[in-house]
Design a protein around this ligand. Sequence first.
Ligand code: ZN
Length: 301
Amino acid sequence: MNHFARALLRPLIGAALLVAGTAAVAADQIPVVASFSILGDLVRVVGGDGVAVTSLVGPDEDAHVFEPKPADARSLVHGRLLVTNGLGFEPWAQKLVKSTGYKGQAVVASQGVKARTMPGEKGQKETDPHAWQDPGNVVLYVRNIAAALARLDPAGAATYQGNSEAYVKELQALDTWAQEQLSAIPAAKRKVITSHDAFGYFGKRYQVSFLAPQGISTEAEPSAKEVAQLIRQIQREKIKAVFFENMSSPKLLAQLAKDAGVTPGPALYVDALSKADGPAGSYLQLMRHNVMQLVAGIRQN
Ligand code: ZN
């Protein structure tokens, strides 16, 4: 039974419901607001039944271009801890904190991650926020979340630490498995096209080259020249592994694949989980799904 189902079965529930955004908060639970769905899952893992989590950017939604609604503001002011990714992923979060006068605590989950940078449109360095695509970084994420929850609720500290360290073992097993899957394919074949540059950390960890028409945010549109160059590269290097993303518009990639004469594979789950009953309802499922799809795709290169 998942945490949510367990929470629903609590006898207290009917009497002690406080509605904050989408999360039903029992009286003994700490309301935590995560900026996006992947962080929401990590907070649920670490906090267990002790927390009620609301994710502002939900499943299959794009955090890069998110615009908070009044309901998001209400969720935030009811929260006692705000968990963000940082690294420039949620430019809207600070504005939301200011405009709502949020007085709770805050933690940046990526604290301590060695950030990647990429050349931006005008040659300037841009920080790549997608650090969760390397499970090694997520070890830091969950430890940061555990420490933040312990500051808020010292009595629960041992539980949060125990939950996070048990999850670290799962992350390590995931990493070993992913390494095995991808290293079984010759390095020259490990080339993939996605919509935007979200796989830099993944690519570095597992020695896969990712190319994308859009940069590290889904906000910027590529020029016709950039798209034409990418199409030539796909054809020259005979790249068949072309993937949609679950949370961004498929239009650009669909046109690019058509022009390059390749058939895109199924969606990768990139900056958001799927709905709970989908193929990527948790971070671990998301990573396993992506690795399996990527392996199937690059085999055809
Ligand atoms: Zn992204």
